[in-house]
Design a protein around this ligand. Structure first.
Ligand code: HEM
Length: 616
């Protein structure tokens, strides 16, 4: 019943299975070597080729098994749909009449013609089993194939409209966006984001969006590229140790820490340094994030019960964590205010303090007249919005790459030729075309979040269906991104589907079939930030290391939190890449050899007199 209720009470955006380890355990998860036997879902591709060679028959075999399993799952689901498990028993006069006429031999085509324009939304009935066995958006996909781009999912007394039609998504998100609020999402996130941009109602949102968006100007984003590079360097050092010690790395939790470090500095100039330390504040952030996710699956909102919320140890821990975060934010705001009083910079459009380029600094320097509560809500919202999303994109990108050595090889070739051993710069972002397509395609296959949530504030018409005020709506980005109506080989990871010299794919040029950052007025404000962040991390990591699924690791299944998580982590074997020998030229400047130079494991490179600094 729990899974059933989870959908009744809360948006699937936040639904996840319990027992997820990443946020329960703030320790770094570098698992011990588990290369004893080869069971598990994933191909271990030929290590001597470092993922560069042609696929082996072993790869083919495992992929074949995966495909068969997937087909079996789908067939089971289709059979259950066909059996009527999801179909609401139609009662009432019209359905009765329809059935009667059918029985009398009237052709179904004629009846369809008669009933055309009836404007009734197809109805599917929710099933506990369908949501318990797998991530909730998977059964929604099969239901979409059966019931179409707009259907109603009924769970007991509650119902949701599921939208998988691009033109209807466009209508809700863009053309008639004022008629929709964030609904259930705003209710759940209130305790942590207050009236921050994501949950905010129209009036607050309009004012705050105008204040915050200018902070992400071009000069700021360019400065962030260095920050992304420095943080990724810290991760590279961790992976270097793992590679030396022969330990597998749990990449999902490492990516979560990488992006927490990045967003802390980017938003309020705070160094969580979570890749190195487990300080109280890092634990507090994870406690609050976990609470938001757990509230999404709780059948009874115990946190609202007056006495319970004071005596429950868990709620007390959440409150203590929230207080610690709020106190830290207050202190950061105070420090920032003092800095601004001392500085002599004039505020202008591309204002940025080089010592503290954070969004907080921009907001305070702009004279943003806002309560400290609202400012804290904004900062918390940016922290959460920019943290898990980017971590999830990196996690699934590395998963996809491990399964597609061809793509990895092409990506590494591009990185070698564009970057060599340099840290990426803003200019490189234009040149790293294939890397960008890899991220575009990863976001298509694993959209973060997989579902967008809205509630209608007035009566409206969705396609041919009239709807009432107060409808809870889930726009399934997952369905849009996997729809056979819009994509050739929709389930295949194929970055080449986006031409290298074509425009960057977005919701506008893909007509709302592709919504990696949403669309309309409430589109993500961090799209460019996030694209560059994930590209920088991706290219720096694949430049230095090869990644393969760890032998004996648990299968990588999906579960949903605020984004798509793995059920048991992404365990990978990381090996240093060998770099081609450097032939010294006579006129070449001698460079200092760094003791922990990252890409030096080939005997030829180690013997060569010159090493190239990565600029750590
Ligand atoms: C790959 C990483 C990211 C992805 C996939 C992503 C995705 C999205 C999506 C789909 C939305 C629309 C939500 C809706 O319509 O209900 C959104 C909104 C938002 N995102 Fe992102 N995001 C990412 C990174 C970031 C970053 C780094 C930041 C901040 C620096 C950020 C800040 C926001 C904010 C503030 C909103 C709400 C905008 C509004 O309502 O006006 N996001 N994001």
């Amino acid at each position: 019943m729990e899974a059933h209720l989870s959908l009744l009470h809360f948006p699937p955006l936040l639904t996840r299975s319990h027992g997820k380890k990443v946020f329960n355990n703030t320790r770094l998860k570098l698992t011990s070597t588990a290369r004893i036997n080869g069971y598990g879902c994933f191909p271990i591709s030929c290590s001597s080729l470092n993922g560069r060679g042609p696929e082996t028959s072993e790869d083919d075999g495992v992929k074949g098994v995966e495909r068969l399993l997937e087909e079996k799952r789908r067939a089971e689901m289709s059979a259950r749909i066909a059996s009527g498990e999801f179909t609401v028993d139609e009662s009432g006069f019209l359905p009765l009449l329809k059935r009667g006429l059918l029985n009398l031999g009237v052709s179904s085509e004629f009846l369809e013609f008669l009933w055309k324009g009836e404007g009734k939304i197809p109805i599917a009935k929710g099933s506990v089993d369908s949501v318990r066995r797998q991530a909730f958006f998977i059964p929604l996909y099969e239901l979409f194939l059966t019931y179409g781009g707009v259907f109603r999912l009924v769970f007991g007394p509650k119902s949701f409209l599921i939208v998988s039609d691009p033109s209807v998504a466009k209508h809700i998100l863009k053309d008639n966006s004022k008629a929709y609020s964030k609904g259930i999402l705003a209710e759940i996130l209130e305790f942590v984001m207050g009236k921050g941009l994501i949950p905010a109602g129209f009036e607050v949102w309009r004012v705050r969006r105008r204040a915050i968006v200018p902070a992400l100007h071009q000069k700021y984003v360019a400065a962030m590229i260095n920050l992304f590079g420095e943080a990724t360097n810290r991760l590279c050092k961790k992976l270097d140790v793992a590679a030396s010690d022969g330990e597998d790395a749990e990449m999902e939790s490492l990516f979560s820490r990488l992006t927490l470090d990045v967003i802390g500095k980017a938003v309020f100039n705070y160094d969580f340094d979570s890749l190195t330390n487990d300080t109280g504040i890092v634990e507090a952030v994870y406690t609050v994030l976990r609470e938001a996710e757990d509230r999404s699956v709780s059948p009874i909102p115990t946190w609202n019960i007056p006495i319970w919320k004071d005596i429950s140890p868990r709620q007390r821990k959440v409150n203590v964590s929230l207080k610690l975060i709020n106190d830290t934010l207050d202190e950061l705001i105070a420090v920032c205010k003092r800095l601004i009083e001392q500085e002599e910079l004039q505020f202008h459009e591309e204002y940025m303090n080089d010592q503290d380029p954070s969004i907080l600094h921009f907001l305070l320097a702009s004279g943003d007249d806002v309560s400290s509560k609202q400012l804290r809500d904004d900062l918390m919202t940016l922290l959460i919005a920019g943290h898990e999303t980017s971590a999830a994109v990196l996690t699934w990108t590395f998963y996809l790459l491990a399964k597609e050595p061809r793509v990895m090889s092409k990506l590494q070739d591009e990185v070698d030729s564009v970057l060599g051993d340099r840290l990426p710069t803003i200019e490189d972002m234009k040149k790293l075309k294939y890397a960008t397509r890899v991220i575009n395609e990863s976001l298509r296959l694993y959209p973060q979040p997989p579902v967008l949530i809205r509630r209608s504030l007035e009566d409206d018409v969705l396609g041919k269906y009239p709807i009432k005020r107060g409808e809870d709506i889930f726009i399934s980005v997952w369905n849009l991104h996997h729809s056979p109506n819009h994509w050739v080989d929709a389930d295949t990871f194929n970055p080449e589907r986006w031409p290298l010299d074509g425009p960057n794919p977005n919701e506008t040029n893909q007509n709302f079939s592709y919504l990696p950052f949403g669309g309309g007025p409430r589109k993500c404000i961090g799209d460019m930030f996030a694209t560059f962040e994930t590209v920088v991390a991706l290219v720096m990591l694949v430049r230095r290391f090869n990644f393969q699924m760890a032998l004996g690791a648990p299968p990588v299944d999906m579960t949903t939190g605020a984004t798509i998580h793995t059920t048991e982590g992404l365990h990978m074997t990381v090996t240093r890449r060998t770099k081609p020998p450097i032939i010294p030229k006579l006129d070449m400047e001698m460079l200092q050899v760094e003791s922990d130079a990252p890409v030096t494991s080939s005997p030829a490179a180690a013997a060569a007199p010159i090493g190239i600094s990565q600029g750590d």
